[in-house]
Design a protein. Structure first.
Lengths: 121, 110
């Protein structure tokens, strides 16, 4: 049961932007925050930020402040993550993941399959 | 650069129990009840094993258990099986409302 379905892989040039979508189904969208996590090739998990579907508030990792924006479309139960001014070290698999409970911090129980973003000239 | 530390690798024989540690600071593990653990197999998305230090989501084997003491959280895998091979990540939700992940531990079943 795929609760979170992500958009397809992308290839971008340095300096460009990418917007990854995460379409959800099978649960009440507004009840669970969406987090974004990325993983560079052969590396560990890096948390990028979260968005509260209910309040539309966001929190971003400090290193990405100013380059990342997370949004939602409640009419389609879809979350989006846009990353701007791409660099080669942004090459990674980008995951959306659902907060387990309505309270933040309770872990991420459902994950999308991931979207590979490759930044290359 | 992760603020949490994990051993790079842990190994065990089938049937044995192993423990993976996750050490943080007073800003994360020590002061947080929101410690979670994930398993990741190659080319797969992570899977939540434990949240809020000790709670197993529905469907997760009871061979996985979590605990915490001071600055260190631990994941114990009992009755080790070949399918348990993979990477394991700890995570803490801090008072700053951010998640921090550990660098990951590679578990090998001998």
């Amino acid at each position: 049961q795929d609760l979170l379905v992500q958009s397809g892989n992308e290839v971008k040039k340095p300096g460009a932007s990418v917007k990854v979508s995460c379409k959800t189904s099978g649960y009440t969208f507004s009840n669970h925050d969406i987090n974004w996590v990325r993983q560079a090739p052969g590396q560990g998990l890096e948390w990028m930020g979260w968005i509260s579907i209910y309040s539309q508030s966001t929190k971003y990792a400090q290193k990405l402040q100013g380059r990342v924006t997370m949004t939602t479309d409640t009419s389609t139960s879809t979350a989006y993550m846009e990353l701007r001014s791409l660099r080669s070290d942004d090459t990674a698999i980008y995951y959306c993941a659902r907060e387990t409970r309505a309270v933040a911090g309770t872990g991420l129980d459902y994950w999308g399959l991931g979207t590979l973003v490759t930044v290359s000239s | 650069q992760s603020a949490l530390t994990q051993p790079a690798s842990v190994s065990g024989s089938p049937g044995q129990s192993i423990a993976i540690s996750c050490t943080g600071t007073s800003g994360d593990i020590h002061d947080s009840d929101h410690v979670s653990w994930y398993q990741q197999h190659p080319d797969k998305a992570p899977k939540l094993l434990i949240f809020d230090v000790t709670i197993r989501p529905s469907g997760v084997s009871n061979r996985f258990s979590g605990s915490k003491s001071g600055d260190t959280a631990s994941l114990t895998i009992s009755g080790l099986q070949a399918e348990d091979e993979g990477y394991y990540y700890c995570s803490s939700y801090t008072g700053s409302e951010i998640y921090v992940f550990g660098p990951g531990t590679n578990v090998t079943v001998l």
